[in-house]
Design a protein around this ligand. Sequence first.
Ligand code: SF4
Ligand code: SF4
Length: 140
Amino acid sequence: MENKRIKIGLTFPPEKTDKPVVTNLVKYGLTFNILKAYISPGKTGNIILEISGSDDNIRQSLAYLEAEGIVVKIYTDSVIHYEEKCMHCGACTSVCPSGALVMNKETWELEFNMDKCLLCGHCVRACPARAIKSFDEAIL
Ligand code: SF4
Ligand code: SF4
């Protein structure tokens, strides 16, 4: 069965921040990579993960997280690029750590690859034209 890879954001209520909830995802046959985490005991926490596994494993693990009281958000877009505002200056490509934003060498236009995006938000802050919007303002 083909594996799927998605990016998700988890919001933990304060009473769950010291529980091993994320590590339990391996029990569902998932592999995961933590892209960003803001966790502090007794406070609401946020984690962004990239998870991969079969459709069934992903569905079961998301149901487990929600049953634990964690709010799950699935990111289908990480950053939104407003083509009409973009000057194709390339400033965002120089701060993008993963190569998700690159200039097409033939057209000299900006290209975005969601699979490579680490959801760091550097491009949002670097764009002089405000042509990139965050996938989620709250966690930048
Ligand atoms: S920094 Fe902004 S204006 Fe420049 S290429 Fe990137 S999105 Fe376009
Ligand atoms: S959010 Fe980070 S990794 Fe994603 S495109 Fe912007 S700079 Fe690159």
